[in-house]
Ligand binder design. Structure first.
Ligand SMILES: [Zn+2]
Length: 289
């Protein structure tokens, strides 16, 4: 897809090149994290099909389609018979995209909210049944509380063996919607189904990546009288404000003065009282019998 910058997943032992469009994994991240927080205690697990192309020993993950798992068997990504038929239909119909490039199922993804990055026996069975090509991959995502989800791909080795115990290279799914400039496109990407969004892929990517020049914003010049009026009003407001502030401090100083004068008056009264008493004492003594 023109304009898309792919990130390589260069793990040791992988017999082909694997690259992904960060926007495609951003979709996966959003779906997995939303499901994780949709339910307390461990959350829901989610999954879907990875779309893209395989050419000349190179797998490109370009898009994804979520599988509407009915969770008949609990919050885990455990497929009911109905889910199995839905997955089969997704894989079969993956090449038909209205107005978009011809994409095929290059693998699948699902989240593990209660365990780590590995493929269970059941996961390996799903992979063998629906993704039998030697270059088809599985992506497991582990959402985390307060940090970006951890992720890892799983692939078939040259011998055809698939190592499910652990991923050959772990990486993080960073929140890309937080780093791309907020625009109409981001909102549209959240509303529209993923296939439709990717059909508009190139233009969306270019806008999100800041490739298009910014639209200049024309601000009409304000008339001169308006500027003058603003200036005059500003000066008046400043004078009024400083006047209030001045009067305020004046009142405070006067109040302190009054308080001080009152204290001094009380002191004087006390002194006079004492003097009067001391004068009264000698007067009463001589008069006593
Ligand atoms: Zn699993």
């Amino acid at each position: 897809m023109a304009g898309a910058e792919y990130t390589p997943w260069a793990a040791q032992g992988i017999p082909f090149q694997l690259e992904y469009d960060p926007d495609a994994l951003e979709q996966v991240r959003r779906i997995v994290v939303e499901a994780y927080y949709s339910m307390p205690r461990g959350g829901m697990e989610a999954g879907g099909v990875l779309l893209g192309r395989f050419e000349k020993g190179r797998v490109e993950v370009m898009n994804s389609v979520p599988l509407e798992c009915e969770h008949a068997l609990g919050p885990g990504f455990v497929l009911s018979p109905k889910d199995h038929s839905a997955l089969e239909a997704l894989v079969a119909g993956s090449g038909r995209q209205p107005d978009g490039p011809e994409l095929k199922a290059v693998g699948w993804y699902h989240s593990h909210t209660r365990s780590g990055l590995f493929l269970s026996e059941e996961d390996l069975r799903i992979h063998a049944r629906y993704f039998p090509e030697p270059w088809q991959v599985a992506l497991v995502v582990r959402p985390e509380h307060g940090s970006p989800p951890r992720a890892g791909f799983f692939f078939r080795e040259k011998s055809g063996k698939m190592r499910g115990e652990s991923t050959a290279l772990e990486f993080q799914l960073l929140n890309r919607s937080a780093t791309t400039p907020p625009a109409v496109w981001v909102g549209a990407a959240e509303i529209a189904p993923s296939a439709a969004v990717r059909a508009q892929g190139p233009s969306m990517h270019e806008t999100a990546g800041g490739r298009l020049p910014p639209i200049p914003v024309v601000v009409p010049a304000a008339p001169r009288w308006l500027l003058f009026l603003t200036l005059v009003l500003g000066v008046v407001a400043f004078i009024a404000a400083s006047g209030f502030a001045f009067r305020d401090t004046e009142v405070r100083v006067l109040r302190e003065d009054i308080k001080r004068e009152r204290l001094r008056a009380r002191d004087l009264e006390k002194k006079l009282d004492l003097e009067r008493k001391s004068k009264e004492v000698p007067n009463t003594r001589p008069g006593s019998p």
